[in-house]
Design a protein around this ligand. Structure first.
Ligand code: HAM
Length: 420
C-alpha cells in the first residue's frame, strides 16, 4: 500500500489553521482593493525565458531555484517563482498600458515555487499577495505601496516589523557604482564562486551573510554616494511622503534584493520574531523590466508580501485573529422525519444568508450535540418526533444553554432576529 506525503518543502493548509491564511490574504488585499488596484490572475507557469530575462539569469531564483521543465510538446516552461514578470507580461499582452490610464494598478494572490533548501519560513511552494503599479514614474506611487503594506500588517495587529528602504539608482548612476564596487571587490580575498558573482552581479556580494566576507566589505563604496541628482531627489521625495504618512522606516544602504529588475526604490519588510527567514515582504521599482521583456518603457513599482511568513509573524507575536465562527446554526435531527424537516430548514437558513450546518451521518443526540459544539455555532436547532408532533423545534442558545420551543414556521425569522 502506497502512502503519499506532501512533497519536501511543502505543507498543507488544513482547518482550523487554514482560516488564518484566508484572513491574511484578505487583510493584505483589502487596502489594495480600497486604493484602485484591480485583481489579476495569471497562469502558474510561464515561458522560462520570461523569468530568465525578467528576474535575471544570474539570480539564485533563476539559476538554482526554478522549477523549469520541457512539456511533451517541446515548450520550455517554468513554474512561476514570483509574480512581477508574469503580471507585467499579462498587462503588455492585453495592452492595458495603451489605454491612456496609466498607471495600471493591479493586485494578485497566488502560489509561487522555488526550489530552495526548506526550513522554517522557507518553502518550495508558498503564497504571496502582491501589487504592481505599472507605467508611472511618481514617488507618490512608491510611497502609496509602502503605506498600504504597512496598513495591511497593522490591520492584522502586527507591530514587530520594520521597513528597510534603499535606492538602487538608475541606468545612469548604477553602472558607475557597479564599476567602482567591482574594482573594490577585485582587491579582496574571495572564494571562486564569490569572485564570479562579483563579476556578474557585484551588488549581490554586499548581501553575503558570511562574517569573513562582511569583514572585508568594510569600506566598500556605497551606492548612496553615487546616486545621480535625479535619483537622489526621487528618493528624498519617497522618504518625505512616507514620513508624512507617519510610517516609520530605516534607511538600509545594504538592501539589495534578490531579483535583478530593481531600479531606484527598494524596500523590505522584516519581522524580528522570525529568525533567519525574516523578510515578510519586499518590493521596489523596476523601471527597466518592461523593456527587458520586449515591451515599451514602462516605469513601475510593486511589492509582494509572503502569506506563509505573515502567518508565522502572527504566531511569533502571539496574535489570535478575531475570526468569527463559520457556522451560526447547527441542526440536530433525531429520527427520519426530523431529518427531512430540519435538512429543509438548513437549506432555507442558508438561502436567507445564515451560516448553517447539519448533523450528518445519523448520529444520536450526544454525538450530534458534540458536533454542534465543535462547529462553534451560536444556536443549535434540535428536533425529534415529539417536537414535530407539536409543530415546534427546540432552539438552544449554545452560550447560555437556554432552550426554547419555536414553531417550525417561525424558525428562520426567529433565528435571524436573535442573531441580529
Ligand atoms: P521576494 O522578496 O522574492 O520578491 O518575495 C516576496 C516575499 O515572498 C518574501 O519577502 C517572502 O515573505 C516571500 N517568500 C519568498 N520566497 C519564499 C519561500 N521560499 N518561502 C516562503 N516565503 C517566501 C518578489 O517575489 C517580488 N516579485 C516582489 C515585487 C513585486 N517586486 C516588485 N513587485
Amino acid at each position: 500500500m502506497a502512502t503519499f506525503k506532501a512533497p519536501k518543502g511543502t505543507y498543507d493548509l488544513i482547518p482550523p489553521v487554514s482560516v488564518k491564511y484566508l484572513a491574511v490574504r484578505e487583510a493584505i488585499s483589502a487596502p489594495l482593493r480600497n486604493s484602485g488596484y484591480g485583481y489579476i490572475e495569471t497562469p502558474g507557469f510561464e515561458d522560462v525565458g520570461l523569468f530568465a530575462r525578467g528576474v535575471g539569469e544570474s539570480t539564485d531564483i533563476v539559476s538554482k531555484e526554478m522549477y523549469a521543465f520541457e512539456t511533451k510538446g517541446g515548450d520550455q516552461l517554468a513554474l512561476r517563482p514570483e509574480g512581477t514578470a508574469s503580471v507585467l507580461r499579462a498587462a503588455l499582452e492585453a495592452s492595458l498600458h495603451k489605454q491612456g490610464n496609466l498607471p495600471v494598478k493591479l493586485w494578485y494572490s497566488g502560489s509561487y515555487y522555488r526550489y530552495e533548501r526548506p526550513q522554517k519560513g522557507r518553502y518550495r511552494h508558498f503564497s504571496q499577495v502582491g501589487a504592481e503599479a505599472i507605467g508611472a514614474e511618481d514617488p507618490a506611487l512608491d510611497a502609496e505601496l509602502i503605506i498600504l503594506a504597512d496598513q495591511a500588517y497593522r490591520s492584522l495587529g502586527l507591530r514587530n516589523f520594520r521597513i528597510l528602504l534603499n535606492s538602487l539608482g538608475d541606468k545612469e548612476c548604477r553602472p558607475v557604482y557597479r564599476e567602482a564596487l567591482q574594482s573594490f571587490l577585485r582587491g579582496l580575498d574571495l572564494d571562486e564562486e564569490t569572485v564570479r558573482r562579483a563579476e556578474i552581479n557585484p551588488l549581490r556580494v554586499l548581501d553575503d551573510k558570511r562574517p569573513d566576507v562582511q569583514k572585508q566589505l568594510v569600506g566598500a563604496p556605497v551606492l548612496r554616494d553615487y546616486l545621480c541628482d535625479a535619483c537622489k531627489a526621487y528618493h528624498e521625495e519617497v522618504r518625505a511622503l512616507i514620513t508624512a504618512a507617519g510610517v516609520a522606516f530605516e534607511d538600509d544602504e545594504k538592501l539589495v534584493r534578490g531579483l535583478d529588475y530593481y531600479t531606484r526604490t527598494t524596500f523590505e519588510f522584516v519581522h524580528d520574531g522570525l529568525g533567519s527567514q525574516s523578510a515578510v515582504g519586499g518590493g521596489g521599482r523596476y523601471d527597466g523590466l518592461s523593456e527587458m521583456i520586449g515591451g515599451p518603457a514602462l516605469p513601475s513599482v510593486g511589492w509582494a508580501l509572503g502569506v506563509d511568513r505573515t502567518v508565522l509573524a502572527l504566531e511569533a507575536e502571539g496574535i489570535e485573529l478575531d475570526i468569527p465562527a463559520s457556522t451560526s446554526v447547527f441542526a440536530v435531527a433525531l429520527g427520519e422525519e426530523a431529518r427531512r424537516v430540519l435538512f429543509g430548514k438548513v437549506t432555507e437558513l442558508r438561502k436567507a444568508g445564515v451560516a448553517a450546518d447539519f448533523s450528518f451521518g445519523g448520529k444520536g443526540l450526544k454525538g450530534a450535540m458534540k458536533d454542534a459544539n465543535r462547529s462553534g455555532a451560536r444556536f443549535a436547532v434540535v428536533a425529534g418526533e415529539r417536537d414535530l408532533a407539536e409543530g415546534v423545534v427546540q432552539l438552544k442558545d449554545m452560550e447560555s444553554g437556554d432552550q426554547t420551543a419555536v414553531p417550525v414556521g417561525e424558525l428562520i425569522d426567529t433565528v435571524r432576529a436573535r442573531l441580529a
